[in-house]
Ligand binder design. Structure first.
Ligand code: GDP
Length: 301
């Protein structure tokens, strides 16, 4: 986690936790992300359609308060490790999905290792409890071997029994994420600085040109800002969220699609806001030259 931010104590504002969903293949990661996304559709939205932009935010209730949670909308640990490899620690909390009818499998263990190496607290979602042969208690026993001891057994890991397919206890999972964030993390950021963060995914859109989904990690990103993302640069012309609604200001932990870059950054590239377009271009061009040189050097070998 990026934890406490620059600035005085007074400048720091609580930010939502950023969550990655990991686990063994077919244990229900994609279905879970879909179910959570759909459970949180804005009122009046036609058919509740949200576009896939690589991350989304939902509102959940904790002790009567509305709280936001940000989900990275790419299941599995590839995206997680790719971002870590580039130095962008994008995840605060890891949700490890384990199918209750299948149990702990090799990729479950891999996911736990990645989360623990990154220092991200884990919430275990015991999925598919609707299935015949589901044995949620067995999952709890199996995971004690990996230092994940359920609260009901005296540990400090929250296990939540769910069915992603039948929409059972998804609220309970969201609550557990918020409780874990409050207990284990001090998630605050200074919204009064120029924005920094990470590009989650990016592509070239026929109509809109380069489009990048960025996660703001600190500061506030605004329409009109000059940004550098990896070796791409440009002016933020427009920002939209997963509901395709315009966003004027994006606060810490908010994912938004940015339109206005002159080229496509890489997933996992960090971004920052600079004072002038000229500076953005200089930084980007210097990075492009460095990439070219490295490429040429490797070709000469
Ligand atoms: P992933 O590989 O971890 O992303 O797994 P998927 O989300 O693609 O799910 C794999 C299969 O399990 C799909 O056929 C899902 O419909 C099914 N599935 C996911 N969650 C549940 C659940 O809670 N109950 C049941 N019965 N099936 C589920």
């Amino acid at each position: 986690t990026y934890g406490e931010d620059a600035g005085d104590e007074d400048d720091l504002v609580v930010r939502p936790p950023v969550v990655t969903v990991m686990g063994h293949v077919d244990h229900g990661k994609t279905r879970l992300l879909d179910t959570i996304r759909k459970s949180n559709v804005h009122e009046g939205e036609a058919g509740g359609i949200t576009q896939h932009i690589g991350a989304y935010q939902v509102t959940a209730q904790l002790e009567g308060n509305d709280r936001l949670i940000t989900f990275i909308d790419t299941p599995g640990h590839e995206a997680f490790t790719a971002m870590r490899a580039r130095g962008a620690n994008s995840t605060d909390i890891a949700v490890i999905v384990v199918a209750a009818d299948d149990g702990v499998m090799p990729q479950t263990v891999e996911a736990i290792n990645h989360a623990q190496a990154a220092g991200a607290p884990i919430v275990v979602a015991v999925n598919k409890i609707d299935k015949e042969g589901a044995n949620p208690q067995k999952i709890r026993q199996q995971l004690t071997e990996y230092n994940l001891v359920a609260e009901e057994y005296g540990g400090d890991t929250m296990f939540v029994d769910i069915s992603a397919r039948q929409n059972i206890n998804i609220d309970g999972l969201l609550e557990a994420i918020l409780l874990t964030a409050d207990a284990a993390l001090d998630l605050r950021a200074n919204p009064a600085m120029e924005a920094q963060g990470v590009a989650i995914e990016a592509h070239l859109d026929r109509g809109r040109g380069p489009v990048a989904t960025v996660l703001v990690q600190r500061g506030t990103l605004r329409v009109g800002d000059s940004i550098v993302a990896g070796d791409a640069y440009g002016r933020v012309r427009r920002m939209v969220d997963e509901h395709n609604e315009d966003v004027i200001e994006a606060y810490p932990s908010r994912p938004v699609q940015v339109i206005g870059l002159t080229s496509v950054p890489g997933a996992g590239d960090t971004f920052l806001v600079v004072d002038e377009d000229r500076v953005a271009r200089q930084i980007a061009e210097r990075r492009q030259a460095r990439t070219r040189n490295a490429l040429n050097a490797s070709r000469r070998k």
